[in-house]
Design a binder for this molecule. Structure first.
Ligand code: ATP
Ligand code: MG
Length: 344
């Protein structure tokens, strides 16, 4: 089946699905298991936030989807990446390139290093249309101005020939968003898109991204370790720890009642105005070394709830239910004691 034929929404088939993905890196200390069975999905018009501490495998998963994983030392040791139901890891290189160029785009944290410093932003934006759409120079430039307008760069027409360093950090990030939008992709992966910006600019860029995602009905995978950013824009959240998803939940559910002690710790460590003066909670200890992930639950050395079973058995990512056993929908936790965590 060709990609074009599957273009229409197929009921029950997610737009993008990562299924049981495993990625490791060859290191002097052995295999660093960066991604250990990650599964998630995103649909058209939906925002999935991927949360987790530094080193939990958020970016490596994204790089694997985009085909920009460093190989070697990286190696995909298992799993599937399904775009509209077709496994990209099994496609011909040509087919894969077409999807990654046209259908899935990525926004990186650092716009300055992602943009070419010696080419004007108009040229770089226009290149998308010249190379991928075969447009003339003149038409491509007009499209570049249109896009710059769309991401609300003031005086786009006058600034189209400026170079990246002539823009502020926030404006550069808008240009990155414009580049990602150029070919009207179905999915955008934004990896810490606002981390390098100051707080007010962060909010503006995030609002813009959320607005464009809605207008274009795209699937958005938003990678961040900032729980505050996520609340307003995400539909659902996947929390990662040591290369695994430890909790899945619709966004408001997660904030209200986390079902994994790690998520609970993350939530309790956000500064809150109504807790002014109180000491801020921090999860004790550090994430494990990926060459020596603890047996059982990887979170066990840091978990205030850990019991014997947590040191021997790896908890599966299991469906989370209401106290009476009824369904909640869209919730799962990889904790032996999810019941106690959410209801206890
Ligand atoms: N090219 C590489 N070579 C070796 N190890 C790598 C490489 N890229 C990533 N890793 C390792 O894989 C693990 C997961 O990294 P990843 O970048 O996915 O973390 P992350 O969750 O995105 O963290 P952050 O929040 O800091 O961006 C880390 O331990 C990292 O050191
Ligand atoms: Mg990262």
């Amino acid at each position: 089946m060709s990609i074009e034929m599957t273009k229409a929404e197929v009921p029950g088939v997610p737009l993008l699905e990562v299924r049981d993905l495993h990625v490791e890196f060859h290191t002097r200390d052995g295999a660093a298991k960066a991604v250990n069975g990650v599964s998630y999905t995103v649909d058209a018009g939906e925002t999935l936030a991927v949360l987790g501490e530094s080193g939990s495998g958020k970016s490596v998963t994204a790089q694997t989807i985009m085909g920009i994983l460093d190989m070697p030392p990286g190696r995909i040791t298992g799993g599937e990446i399904l775009f509209r139901g077709e496994d990209m890891l099994k496609m011909s290189e040509e087919e894969r390139q077409r999807i990654r160029g046209d259908k899935i785009a990525m926004i990186f944290q650092d716009a300055l290093s992602a943009l070419n410093p010696v080419l004007s932003v108009g040229y770089q934006l226009g290149e998308m249309f010249r190379v991928h759409r075969g447009m003339s120079r003149k038409d491509a430039k007009a499209k570049a101005v249109e896009l710059m307008d769309r991401v609300r760069i003031p005086a786009a027409k006058e600034r189209v020939n400026d170079y990246p360093h002539q823009f502020s950090g926030g404006m550069r990030q808008r240009i990155m968003i414009a580049m990602a939008l150029a070919l009207e992709p179905d999915v955008i992966i934004a990896d810490e898109p606002t981390t390098a910006l100051d707080v007010t600019v962060q909010a503006q860029v995030m609002d813009l991204l959320a607005e464009l995602q809605r207008d274009f009905e795209m699937g958005l995978i938003l990678i961040t370790h900032d729980l505050g950013v996520v609340a307003d824009v995400a539909d659902k959240i996947a929390v990662m720890y040591a290369g695994r998803i430890v909790e899945n939940a619709p966004v408001h559910e997660l904030y209200k009642r986390p079902a994994h002690p790690y998520t609970k710790g993350l939530l309790e460590s956000i500064p809150r105005l109504d807790h002014k003066g109180k000491e801020l909670y921090a999860i004790q200890g550090l994430p494990p070394s990926l060459t020596a992930i603890p047996q059982g639950c990887a979170f066990n050395p840091r978990c205030p709830m850990a019991q014997d079973v947590c040191f021997t058995d790896t908890p599966p990512l299991a469906e989370v239910l209401e106290q009476d056993g009824g369904p909640i929908g869209g919730r799962a936790s990889a904790c032996h004691f999810w019941k106690e965590t959410i209801h206890g």
